[in-house]
Design a protein around this ligand. Structure first.
Ligand code: KG4
Length: 334
């Protein structure tokens, strides 16, 4: 049996996973960095330092949980980009030196491809995986894209945001509401007790592209005006505001995705990225799949945020076709 160790360090999570050649994930260990919370966003320099502290213990625990010795590894994979350069460099350097020490190949992985292919992470042999082609809605803190996935190595972006990402918009709204960073999970939680009471500006962008900057500004101005009338507006209506923001973001996301789905006639759809943890988006995505008679793939919560298991999937596809990276290769931010 072949085993791959994968490392993900593109932003503020240090993660390592061990995967078997049949795509069964034997371990997926992540150390999240709490250090950024007080700053209301990720501080790149602090992130790379925390990765340096976390990487060795995270890799050790991943190997131990998998019951695999480092000498049994066939390759080491790492996220090459996009992401924070300092953070990526920690993972890339670690993977290279460990692979050199063990005299095994390295495999570079694109972070966005990893999110899109996260549906191939298997926890057991029976688990179903998507067939190609499938249409993927990738929604994270930094990206919003509609991707036609033809194969593990052939993907085309049908639409993407021309400004802010969906996650960024939710986080910004959460910040206005004085919720902790990242705000997504808090908006989701509060929205469950609220109802839609506010309407925000809708964007009119061509084709399958998105724009969230107008929505962000609309949320800001709407609340500013309401606070002028009632300084306690946010305190008294926080659940309804959260619910209205969530509704606006999810509607925007699915409006374009549905258009792409109708036009392409693809019958398998998948959700990916950190925002795919959102309960309303998951529910509506399932309904959309039902409406068009599609097979729907929604990742387990542990595979929605940054994790090394999804990096291992991309790496395993590459390993099986002997697509290795050169030792001189380095990280890229964009
Ligand atoms: O993919 P991801 O882990 O990393 C980045 O791209 O940075 O996505 C993080 C994003 C954040 O914006 C976070 O607020 C959002 O995912 N998020 C959520 C939920 N959980 C995480 N947004 C809405 N509802 C959630 N339950």
């Amino acid at each position: 049996m072949k085993y791959i160790l994968a490392i993900e360090s593109s932003c503020d999570d240090t993660s390592a996973a061990v995967m078997q050649e049949d795509f069964i994930c034997l371990s997926n260990v992540t150390a999240s960095q709490k250090v950024h919370e007080i700053y209301g966003g990720v501080v790149p320099e602090l992130a790379s330092r925390a990765h340096q502290q976390n990487i060795l213990p995270v890799v050790e625990v991943a190997l131990k949980e998998a019951g695999v010795k480092k000498e049994e590894l066939s390759a080491i994979a790492f996220t090459r980009g996009p992401g924070l350069l300092g953070s990526l460099l920690v993972g890339v350097s670690f993977a290279k030196s460990m692979a050199q020490g063990l005299n095994i190949p390295i495999i570079d992985v694109n972070h966005l491809d990893a999110h899109v292919l996260a549906h191939f992470v298997k926890d057991n042999k029976e688990q179903e995986v998507p067939e190609f082609p499938y249409l993927c809605l990738l929604v994270s803190g930094g990206n919003t894209q509609i991707i036609k996935v033809e194969s593990d190595s052939q993907m085309s972006i049908l639409g993407k945001t021309i400004d802010d990402a969906a996650g960024e918009t939710i986080d910004k709204a959460a910040k206005i509401l004085s919720l902790p960073y990242p705000g997504g999970p808090h908006i989701d939680r509060l929205a469950k007790q609220g109802k839609v009471t506010l309407q925000f500006a809708k964007s009119h962008i061509k084709d399958y592209d998105y724009s969230f900057s107008g929505l962000k500004t609309s949320i800001l101005y709407t609340l500013r005006d309401l606070l002028k009338e009632n300084p306690d507006y946010i305190k008294e209506n926080i659940n309804d505001i959260a619910c209205s923001v969530q509704e606006a973001v999810v509607n925007t996301l699915l409006f374009k995705f549905e258009k792409a789905l109708k036009d392409t006639g693809i019958k398998t759809i998948a959700l990916a990225g950190g925002v795919s943890a959102n309960s309303l988006l998951r529910e509506r995505f399932n309904l959309l799949g039902e409406k068009y008679g599609c097979r729907v793939f929604i990742p387990k919560f542990s595979y929605t945020t940054d994790n090394a298991a999804m990096v291992a999937v991309c790496a395993m596809f590459k390993y099986l076709r002997k697509d290795f990276a050169d030792i001189s290769l380095t990280a890229y931010a964009r």
